[in-house]
Design a protein around this ligand. Structure first.
Ligand code: TPP
Length: 320
């Protein structure tokens, strides 16, 4: 990997982190409404994974989607404006935190119903296969979603039809307040791929390079026509499930332990120790991210809310 790529990955992770930290403040100040799920701690997953895709590869995920949106190339301005429900947001202020989407960048959205994006991903991949295109659909979901029927139906059909899908489970240990061991019959989620005759691997999601390299290999295999496969990426969310989570289900010592493996901090150490970047270069990246987030907030604040007479736009109900 060349130096430019390393710096790109680092910049992206820092931008996601700073944007969400600011988002949390704005939420508490009442400027962002609805549910908001932060990705803080998981940034290496979307950054490494999506850096490995080609433009024709589709990405689809759940509601924890701000980082994924940035990794798919959506500017911070439009992510922030969407969080604030403004017309300049990537979903025109109609979706909010959980429903960022931009099909022009092959980002097929954040989805709020647990597991609902999996059958959609199978459909996208079926479309590509049917039309003879060589895109791979990258479908991200939490480990909680693997206990839901959608997961099993989608994995099964994807194998039966040899669909070009990479199933990516982000195992952050908790589905809301339920630890994986209390809800899943197997502790290694990757084992579930075996029930559908699929190849699988487990990857350290706190290591952006490990994710990037594993994703490159996996996507190439799927593109070559080997059928669907699954990656289980081990990660951790440093914040609550969503804003306002009292976090009674885990101890703060556990969170602190994981924070010692912060993917951004670990990557910083790696880059400096291996002479891939200087501390000064990384400080400059940090300053640019802060600046970009500040400008995004100003852009969002200055943007209009959707006007009342557009309330029924995009609502597919016929008047009777
Ligand atoms: C069908 C459905 N059931 C329940 C919920 C409520 N719910 C929202 S998030 C969540 C936990 C999902 O956990 P996981 O898939 O591991 O994703 P994570 O939040 O950890 O990213 C639940 C049960 C929902 N949104 N949809």
């Amino acid at each position: 990997m060349d130096k430019q790529k390393y710096l790109e990955l680092y910049s992206q992770m820092v931008l996601i982190r700073r944007l969400e930290e600011r988002g949390a403040e704005l939420y508490q100040a009442g400027k962002i409404g609805g549910f908001m799920h932060l990705y803080i701690g998981q940034e290496a997953v979307c950054t490494g994974l999506i850096a490995a895709r080609q433009p024709q590869d589709r990405v689809i995920t759940a509601y924890r989607d701000h980082g994924v949106a940035i990794s798919c190339g959506i500017p911070a301005n439009q992510v922030m404006a969407e969080l604030m429900g403004k017309t300049t947001g990537i979903s025109k202020g109609r979706g909010g935190s959980m429903h960022m989407a931009d099909v022009t960048r092959n980002f097929w959205g954040g989805h709020a119903i647990v597991g609902a994006q999996l059958p959609v991903a199978a459909g996208l991949a079926l479309g590509d296969k049917y039309a003879g295109r060589d895109g791979v659909t990258i479908c991200m979901f939490g480990e909680g979603a693997t206990n839901i029927g959608y997961f099993h139906e989608a994995l099964n059909l994807s194998k039966v039809w040899t669909l070009p899908v990479l199933w990516v489970c982000e195992n952050n240990i908790y589905g809301m307040g339920t630890a994986v061991g209390r809800a899943s019959a197997v502790s290694e989620i990757q084992q579930k791929a075996e029930g559908y005759g699929m190849e699988h691997e487990r990857v350290d999601g706190m290591d952006v390079i490990a994710v990037y390299e594993a994703a490159q290999k996996a996507i190439a295999k799927v593109r070559a026509g080997s059928g669907p496969r699954m990656m289980e990426i081990l990660t951790y969310r440093f914040r609550g499930h969503s804003m306002g989570d009292p976090e009674r289900y885990r101890k703060q010592e556990e969170v602190k332990k994981w924070e010692e493996h912060d993917p951004i901090g670990a990557f910083h150490v790696y880059l400096v120790e291996n002479n891939k970047a200087t501390k000064k270069e990384l400080e400059d990246i940090e300053a640019r991210a802060m600046d970009e987030v500040q400008k995004a907030v100003e852009f969002a604040e200055a943007s209009p809310e959707p006007s009342l007479d557009t309330l029924f736009d995009n609502v597919y109900v016929e008047e009777v």
